[in-house]
Each structure stands twice: as structure tokens, then as C-alpha cells.
Design a protein around this ligand. Structure first.
Ligand code: ATP
Ligand code: K
Ligand code: MG
Length: 683
């Protein structure tokens, strides 16, 4: 779990239930009801029953002692069945709305200081800004839109978005620190920002739309289940429709209201009523983990994931690989290696590069050229090297050992056995070895220390029990990769991976029919994030990565992918469990209503519950059918308790608990309701 302390953006939930009650009535509108075939049928049944309450003899002579009272009671119970289902959905939606409101509060329309082409500035409304515009934001001001820092260094309070109260340093150049989000505030200094999103298209806007459920479309699993429920409903409709001729034949005519009651009792109203609440609650749970998902589909896909692809550095190991030691080779002195390492890292803004500079400076390393006349060569995951071009045309490089070997060889240089020894010793400790070279000479090896995050092994064990395979993908060498993979307990690893290799690895898994999830933060991760079925980008990462991914973690904690898989699985299990429960309930309802319908033809022996009267039997079965919906709302919203078991074990467990429970519970509940109904003399 995330150990970082964070305060949640405050969500105001007062009045949530009052609003949900109001919404439950609003949602009775036929256009709303028609979205859910199961509940729509109940809606139609309610109307017919209401008509029969007013005109009991509408479809022929009414039977029974007081048909108005009975029909009226059935109508009311049916109406409440609808209201309960609507209420469940409204509560789930209401939570998202409350969250959206608190986000919107941070997004006031502000004035922005726009930098014009001639360098002058002008105040404009932030809604007038367009992609590519430059703006200046000073301390104490809110950054009005998403953008990229192009000048200045400032600390920014991102708590409105991330809930993390410590300000973050923003500066141009480096991938990570240069992207800013609209709605965050500059605490000190000033930034010049290039606008990267038009108003209304920014990160915060997307987030608001999401939590509000505006973009919530049904997920594939949800659609499949809706179809299944609709088919079941049709089957029951046909079964119930064939009853009247049969009833007439045995000279035991059955009233329309009783037929509707039987139909509603048998169709899957419990799961039909709770289905969308379960989906919305799943998105909500993800949001509470401080993760923004672009769709419910993404959340659900988490539950289906078979393979988890993880980065080594920053995900399995602590983010900052720090330079620990210089190891000279080729007869160079320690001081000489430090000098070359410093020269090679002068312009390197990565955590690795900065830590090399620190270590070299601690050793009083010197430069023998003017810094301003030199030129930096940025690190790229493809070349796996970085360095500096010196004023005299000389080239200093550092990078993955085989990459530097290639560099030196191309200049006609010699390799030495000491290099391999140093490379091996660093790798076997699980560290990353970087070779440093000046022109055709290798000077030594830098030992970058990699520390595995605590608790990783337990989490991977847990995933394995859930049937999820973990694969570590790293640009690092094979030996280091093997040591870290073994220590962390991942199932498989791929070493020396270029960005292309990462995409290929994902495609290979997908070709075997696997669903793949991955995390990443760099621009070079963007294609792989887009290729994966679930791509989780870090909020600290680049804009490209965030756009390619279907989820963004506001806390920038890559291990959260593991929690998301858990949430996704829990969503699927909750839905499965409640479906099982809902269907198992039918057995008891059969035993309550059928004997009541055919009381006249001597199937009284089927009345195993010994219900008081035919009408009381129908009413109690129907009342149970209505009350079970609100009774299950907490479970639908919270999700069933999750255990890291394989899909098969989970299925068995759920059939046992929810299937057996769903078969037995209503017998007791219906009997109890029957006793109560008889006691108050309603039937
Ligand atoms: N700043 C740097 N300068 C030069 N070489 C570097 C630098 N950072 C990393 N390298 C080398 O390039 C290799 C590939 O880096 P890359 O970021 O692709 O993968 P990684 O960080 O090792 O692993 P992961 O993919 O798990 O993050 C590293 O293993 C290292 O040898
Ligand atoms: K039902
Ligand atoms: Mg990396």
C-alpha cells in the first residue's frame, strides 16, 4: 500500500442521501428507465397494477375479497422496487458529483498574463488561452491551464489535484518537472508556461467529467451481463405468459396482478437494480486511490489482467538510482575517473546524472574545459548513453557498458578484461554499472545503487495467487536484471530492453490472448502505455505518457497498479456474487408464489413455508424482492471482501457463499414477512 501520507481533496457529502432520494423519483422517467431492460419491465408492470387498482375489473371480473387493496399493495411494493434501484444508482453517482464539485471549486475562471509575440504582456481571461500561447504566472497565483514550463524555476502546490501537500519543484527541460496542471498554485518565484491544452480540455476538466459520470459508458462485461439479464427476463416473460392457458385448463384462473408479481419476483431485479451502482462505485474506489481513470472500461480491464509488466527502476526499485562508487580500469586513477564522470554528467538532468555530479564533486573532481563552450548530449533509452561534446571536439560518454563498448570500438579503441570484472561485480550486487569513456578510452565504471522497495515480494506472491504473471522490463543489463528479478520475486524478466522491445513484449503477451497492464512515466513509455490494455501513467511523468495511458496516478506511485488490479478484480467479483445471489433467490420465490397461484388444484404440499394465505404469499415474496435491493446497496458500493485467490477458487467460493446463501436466506425472510403481513391483517 501507499505509505506516503496524503490528505484527500475534501469531498462534501452532506445532503447526499436527500439528493439521492429526490433523484430516485426523477429517474422514474421512462427515458431513464428504458436504459435498463429488467427494471423497465418492472416499470411497465407497476403501471398495469396501478390501473388495476383503480379499475379492478379492467381485464375481466376481479377475484378475491378485496382486489383493490391487494392490487394497491402490489403496486406500492413494485414502485418501491423501482425507487430502491434508482436510489442505489443515485447514491453511487452522488459521490462522484460531490467529488466533481470540490474539483470545480479549484477551477475558477481566472485572469492570465499572456506573453505577446513582441514580448509585452497582456491580461486576458483564461478561457481565451489557446494551445501554444505563452503565459507568465507569479508566486501566489493559480496556473490557469495545463502547460509546459519553458522558463523559470518555481515550487508549485499541487494539493488541489494530488492531495499531496508538499510543493513540487517545476523547471524547464527535464521531462518530469516541466509539466504543470491547471488549478495548481505557484508558491514561490515565477514561471513562463507554454499552454498545452485548450480551455475545457485540460486534465482537471477531463477529471471532472469523469467523476461526474458524464462519460461513463457501459463496459464490455457490463454489456454482456445486461444482455444475459435481458435474455433471462425474456425467458421468464414467456414462462409467465404460458401460465394463463394452463391455469384455465386446470380451472384455476390466475389474475393479471399475480402474474405480474410472479414475473417481477423471477426476473433478476436484484442484480438488474444494482448493476450500474456497482460499476460507478468501482470508478469511485479507483478515484479514492487518487487514480484518475479515463473510463470504467479501464477500471474493469484491471480485473481481467493476466500479465503485469513493470519497470525496474522506480517501480520495483526505489526511484533514485544513486551513484555509489567509481571503479577505475585501464590503469586510470580514481581521480581521473571522477573527472571524466563529472564531464560526462555536466548536462545530465536525470537523477542518475545529478547524483554522479554530486559524488564527483565530493571527490573534488575538476574540469579542464569551459562549461559554457561545451554541449550536452541527452540520455536516450535507445542509445542508452549520455554525455558531453567538449569545446575541442572531444567526446565524453557514459552509459550502459555494452553501449559504451560499442562507442569505444567504433573509435578503434581497446577493451580490457578489468572492465568486465567491474561490470560483473556491480551487476551481481543488483546495481547498475555505467561505463565512462573519453574518445576511444574507457576510464572506469560508475556503480549506481538500486534498492528494492520493501514489501515487493509479498505483493508479487499475492498477484501470483490471483493468477497474474509479473514481468520486469528493464533497460539494464542481464546480470543486474536477474539479481533484482530474483530478489524481488517477479515471475519473468526482460533485460536490455529498448522502448521498441517494451512494446514488442506487450504485443507478444497479447498475441497469446493475455490482457496486459503496465506503468510508465517517460515519453518513451508512451507507445507501450497505449499498446497495453491498462496503462497507468505517473502524474509526475510527461504529458505524452499521460495522454497515452488510460489511467493517471496522482501520487505517482507505480506500485499502485497492483492495487488497481485488486480493485478491478473486486468489481468483477462483486458483480458475479450479486448475480449469483439474485438468481439463487428465485428458488424460494417459486416456492412462495406457485403454490399460492394454484392453491385451488391441490398443490398445497408445495407450500413448504406454510405461508398464511395465497395473497400474503405473493405480497411477502414481492416485498422481499424489493427490500433485498437496499439491503445489498452497501455491499454493491463497498464491494465484496477480496481475497487473493485464482479465478477458479473464487468462483467456487462465491457459488458456495452467495449461491447457497441466496437460496436459503429468502426462505427465512419471506416466512418472516408473511407472519408480519398476516399479523397486521393486510392479507
Ligand atoms: N543518465 C544516464 N546516462 C547514461 N546512461 C544511462 C543513464 N540512465 C540510464 N542509463 C543506462 O541506460 C540503460 C537503460 O536505461 P532505461 O531508463 O531505458 O532503463 P532502466 O532505467 O535501467 O530500467 P527501467 O526500464 O526499469 O527504468 C540503463 O540501464 C543504464 O545502463
Ligand atoms: K426478482
Ligand atoms: Mg528508466
Amino acid at each position: 500500500m501507499n505509505t506516503k501520507k496524503r490528505h484527500k481533496p475534501q469531498v462534501d457529502t452532506t445532503g447526499l442521501y436527500q439528493r439521492a432520494i429526490r433523484q430516485a423519483f426523477v429517474k422514474l422517467h421512462p427515458r431513464q428507465m428504458a436504459k435498463n431492460p429488467v427494471m423497465f419491465l418492472v416499470w411497465v408492470g407497476t403501471l398495469i397494477c396501478a390501473l388495476l387498482t383503480l379499475f379492478p375489473a379492467l381485464f375481466g371480473p376481479a377475484s378475491g375479497e378485496n382486489p383493490r387493496l391487494f392490487n394497491g399493495l402490489v403496486t406500492v411494493i413494485l414502485l418501491f422496487t423501482l425507487l430502491f434501484a434508482n436510489f442505489a444508482e443515485a447514491v453511487a453517482e452522488g459521490r462522484g458529483k460531490a467529488q466533481a464539485d470540490s474539483l470545480r471549486a479549484t477551477k475558477a475562471d481566472t485572469k492570465a498574463c499572456k506573453v505577446l509575440d513582441d514580448g509585452d504582456t497582456q491580461f486576458v481571461s483564461s478561457t481565451e488561452l489557446r494551445q501554444g500561447n505563452l503565459i507568465k504566472v507569479a508566486a501566489g497565483e493559480m496556473i490557469p491551464v495545463d502547460g509546459e514550463v519553458i522558463d523559470g524555476v518555481a515550487s508549485v502546490d499541487e494539493s488541489a489535484i494530488t492531495g499531496e501537500s508538499a510543493p513540487v519543484l517545476k523547471e524547464p527541460g527535464s521531462d518530469m518537472a516541466s509539466s504543470v496542471t491547471g488549478g495548481t498554485c505557484i508558491v514561490s518565484d515565477e514561471l513562463v508556461i507554454r499552454v498545452t491544452a485548450d480551455p475545457g480540455k485540460g486534465f482537471l476538466d477531463r477529471m471532472i467529467a469523469l467523476v461526474e459520470g458524464a462519460q461513463r459508458t457501459k463496459t464490455p462485461n457490463e454489456i454482456a451481463l445486461t444482455v444475459l439479464l435481458a435474455v433471462l427476463t425474456q425467458v421468464f416473460l414467456i414462462v409467465v405468459a404460458t401460465l394463463p392457458p394452463f391455469a384455465d385448463y386446470v380451472q384455476n384462473p390466475v389474475g393479471v396482478v399475480v402474474l405480474i408479481a410472479l414475473l417481477v419476483a423471477l426476473i433478476p431485479t436484484t442484480i438488474g437494480g444494482l448493476l450500474s451502482a456497482i460499476g460507478i462505485a468501482g470508478m469511485d474506489r479507483v478515484a479514492q486511490f487518487n487514480v484518475v481513470a479515463t473510463s470504467g472500461r479501464a477500471v474493469e480491464a484491471c480485473g481481467d489482467v493476466n500479465t503485469l509488466v513493470l519497470d525496474k527502476t522506480g517501480t520495483i526499485t526505489l526511484g533514485n538510482r544513486l551513484a555509489e562508487e567509481f571503479i577505475p580500469v585501464n590503469g586510470y586513477s580514481l581521480q581521473e575517473v571522477a573527472n571524466v564522470a563529472l564531464a560526462a554528467s555536466l548536462f545530465d538532468q536525470t537523477p542518475e546524472g545529478k547524483s554522479i555530479v554530486r559524488l564527483a564533486e565530493k571527490m573534488n573532481a575538476q574540469l579542464n574545459f569551459g562549461r559554457n563552450a561545451a554541449e550536452g548530449v541527452e540520455f536516450s533509452a535507445r542509445t542508452r548513453m549520455s554525455g558531453t561534446n567538449l569545446p575541442d571536439g572531444g567526446e565524453v560518454r557514459k552509459g550502459a557498458v555494452d553501449a559504451i563498448k560499442g562507442f569505444v570500438r567504433s573509435r578503434g579503441g581497446q577493451l580490457c578484461p578489468e572492465l568486465d570484472a567491474a561490470y560483473k561485480s556491480v551487476s551481481e550486487m543488483g546495481g547498475t554499472p555505467l561505463a565512462v569513456a573519453y574518445e576511444s578510452e574507457i576510464y572506469g565504471v560508475i556503480y549506481l545503487k538500486d534498492i528494492i522497495k520493501p514489501g515487493m515480494r509479498e505483493r508479487f506472491d499475492q498477484l501470483r495467487r490471483m493468477g497474474v504473471r509479473t514481468v520486469m522490463l528493464t533497460g539494464d543489463n542481464r546480470i543486474t536484471a536477474r539479481v533484482i528479478a530474483k530478489e524481488a520475486g517477479v515471475d519473468d524478466f526482460i533485460a536490455e530492453a529498448t522502448p521498441e522491445d517494451k512494446i514488442q513484449a506487450i504485443k507478444d503477451e497479447q498475441a497469446q490472448g493475455k490482457l496486459v497492464a503496465m506503468t510508465g512515466d517517460g515519453t518513451n513509455d508512451a507507445p507501450a502505455l497505449a499498446q497495453a490494455n491498462v496503462g497507468l501513467a505517473m502524474n509526475s511523468g510527461t504529458q505524452a505518457a499521460k495522454e497515452a495511458a488510460n489511467m493517471v496516478d496522482l501520487d505517482s506511485d507505480p506500485t499502485k497498479l497492483i492495487d488497481l488490479v485488486t480493485i478491478g478484480k473486486q468489481l468483477l467479483i462483486t458483480r458475479g456474487a450479486l448475480t449469483t445471489f439474485s438468481l439463487a433467490n428465485d428458488i424460494a420465490k417459486y416456492f412462495a408464489i406457485l403454490p399460492a397461484m394454484f392453491a385451488g388444484v391441490g398443490i398445497g404440499s408445495l407450500n413448504v413455508m406454510g405461508l398464511a394465505s395465497a395473497q400474503s404469499a405473493v405480497l411477502s415474496a414481492l416485498l422481499y424482492n424489493a427490500l433485498i435491493i437496499p439491503a445489498l446497496i452497501p455491499l454493491a458500493l463497498k464491494g465484496v471482501k477480496f481475497r487473493p485467490l485464482s479465478a477458479n477458487q473464487l468462483l467456487q467460493r462465491n457459488i458456495l457463499i452467495y449461491g447457497l446463501g441466496g437460496a436459503i436466506a429468502p426462505f427465512m425472510a419471506i416466512k418472516l414477512l408473511d407472519v408480519l403481513i398476516a399479523a397486521v391483517g393486510l392479507a
